[in-house]
Ligand binder design. Structure first.
Ligand SMILES: C[S@@+](CC[C@H](N)C(=O)[O-])C[C@H]1O[C@@H](n2cnc3c(N)ncnc32)[C@H](O)[C@@H]1O
Length: 245
């Protein structure tokens, strides 16, 4: 069952988000020690991310990351169709997938917006973008445009997109409040951003030191956007929706 929680009062954010997204159980100090590097992570830790000892590193090795991001086993907890449904897409809308990686979500986004709509598959890594172009062409996803973006700027024209999806990427962005302001400007009336990222205790994801608690993400988005709702449908991640004011 979907549970949606309105978060009107900024003061309600911290406690509610923490409880809902993290299950209200363990503190960070109680978490098991993180591997020093994802490259050193045991197989069961599932190195989902490009991080090394707390630093962001390159996602240039597409083949390596495709084996992880597009692992069919991911579907069980990532639930890409459910994520696409949370975007409330309809034919003709424009959706930007920022940090789109190998294009894992494209097969779900593209048909939902149809021929009159558009999917912008954006990533800082040129090899990922090349990979997504080939993937979209091969799958006949003609409404997908993949392009390289600046790490600090998705390059979206003001009032040009209806939805923005950011999965497992928000923590890679450096000046996140400034980035949120750019997103706010890029949204059309009625548009919203969906940020999906790993909970502190998820078995996948970046080392704990790099993870962001949902209330922090909500605060970063909240400077420029109306943080509305959180769903707790995904088993290992929180979802924050932030709407254009
Ligand atoms: C963990 S992957 C997630 C990929 C995809 N969203 C998914 O869920 O399969 C993070 C991606 O974000 C990209 N990235 C990192 N920083 C970025 C930024 N500032 N702007 C856009 N993309 C970024 C990386 O190159 C990488 O492809």
């Amino acid at each position: 069952m979907t549970r949606l929680h309105s978060l009107h009062a900024a003061g309600a954010l911290g406690a509610s988000l923490l409880l809902l997204a993290c299950g209200g159980t363990s503190s960070q100090a109680e978490e098991p020690a993180a591997p020093a590097s994802n490259d050193e992570a045991p197989a069961h830790v599932h190195p989902h991310h490009g991080h090394q000892a707390g630093h962001h590193h390159s996602f240039a090795d597409v083949e390596r990351f495709a084996a992880i991001f597009d692992d069919p086993a991911r579907d069980a907890w990532q639930r890409p169709a459910d994520v696409a449904a949370m975007l409330e897409l309809s034919p003709g809308l424009t959706v930007a997938d920022i940090g789109a990686g190998t294009g894992y979500f494209l097969p779900h986004l593209s048909p939902a917006v149809g021929d009159e709509g558009a999917v912008l598959a954006l990533d800082v890594e040129p090899n990922m973008v090349e990979h997504m172009r080939a993937r979209a062409a091969e799958a006949g996803l003609t409404n997908v445009t993949a392009r390289v973006v600046d790490p600090a700027d998705p390059g979206l024209a003001p009032g040009s997109v209806d939805r923005v999806l950011i999965v497992d990427t928000w923590h890679h962005i450096e000046d996140r409040p400034a980035y949120a302001a750019r997103l706010a400007e890029a949204l059309r009336p009625g548009g919203f951003v969906l940020v999906v990222d790993f909970t502190m205790d998820a078995p996948e994801g970046p080392p704990p030191a790099m993870r962001l608690r949902p209330e922090q993400v909500a605060e970063e988005l909240g400077a420029a956007l109306e943080v509305e709702q959180l769903t707790e449908e995904l088993p290992r991640q929180y979802v924050i929706r932030a709407r254009r004011r």
